[in-house]
Design a protein around this ligand. Structure first.
Ligand SMILES: [Mg+2]
Length: 232
């Protein structure tokens, strides 16, 4: 694409493999909290309830329906309640431990290192994430992502989550970039693609799970990061 000098990335499940890293921590805590021994449910029974609760609350956070604190106080209590453990008094401890420990694993998404290596000399690279400030910096600093990134902006730091234009505004100012010379790459259709294109940036939708989505003519869709070489 022409005239692009700045590339902005989403972090979770675009560069940093949240699904994989989170699952490693969830398994470890599930064993430590002896959930199976005490309540009889296996991790594999629990995981879909966690996944659903986590995805829904992050979508609600993106849509301005819940705060960060609500997300954090509801995610595990709801997942355990849906599993069949109502009022699990250990659920908030589980949340605290999860946030503290999720960055002990720092796998990146398949193709991330190859594409960052490819892009780094041609473009200025940045992160704009809806994640929490401290955890986001941890994920970047403990992974290979830190070697390639010039600026980091979070929803918390910007005062609003994507798709709110304020998040993009803060990020682009920090980068010293302009919308029409910038492109955004992310795996959330609403937060990333709608947010970026409404703000005046180009966008590429990363859709590794081949989820259903709408189409915008000028927005390419890829399911592997190395396909970015076709556009950048
Ligand atoms: Mg994401």
């Amino acid at each position: 694409m022409e005239n692009i000098t700045h590339v902005f990335f989403d972090l979770d499940n675009t560069l940093w493999d949240y699904r994989r890293n989170a699952k490693i921590t969830l398994v470890k805590l599930y064993e430590e909290f002896q959930v199976k021994e005490k309540f009889g449910y296996s991790f594999d029974e629990f995981y879909p309830f966690y996944y659903e609760s986590n995805e829904q609350l992050w979508a609600d956070y993106r849509d301005g329906k819940v705060t960060k604190d609500e997300l954090r106080t509801r995610r595990f209590p709801e997942a355990f309640a849906n599993l069949g453990i109502p009022n699990a008094e250990f659920a908030l401890d589980y949340e605290r431990r999860f946030v503290d420990e999720v960055t002990l694993s720092n796998y990146v998404v398949e193709g991330a290192e190859e594409i960052l290596e490819y892009l780094k000399d041609k473009y200025s690279l940045h992160i704009l994430s809806n994640g929490f400030e401290e955890v986001t910096h941890d994920k970047i600093n403990k992974s290979i992502v830190k070697n390639y990134i010039q600026t980091i902006t979070t929803a918390e730091g910007a005062g609003a989550p994507k798709p709110n234009p304020k998040a993009f505004q803060v990020s682009i100012e920090k980068a010293g970039a302009k919308p029409d010379e910038s492109i955004y790459i992310g795996d959330d259709w609403i937060a990333d693609v709608i947010g970026a294109t409404r703000f005046g940036m180009k966008a590429i939708f990363f859709n590794p799970l081949n989820e259903n989505h709408l189409w915008i003519e000028e927005v390419p869709v890829i399911d592997n990061l190395v396909e970015l070489k076709n556009y950048l």
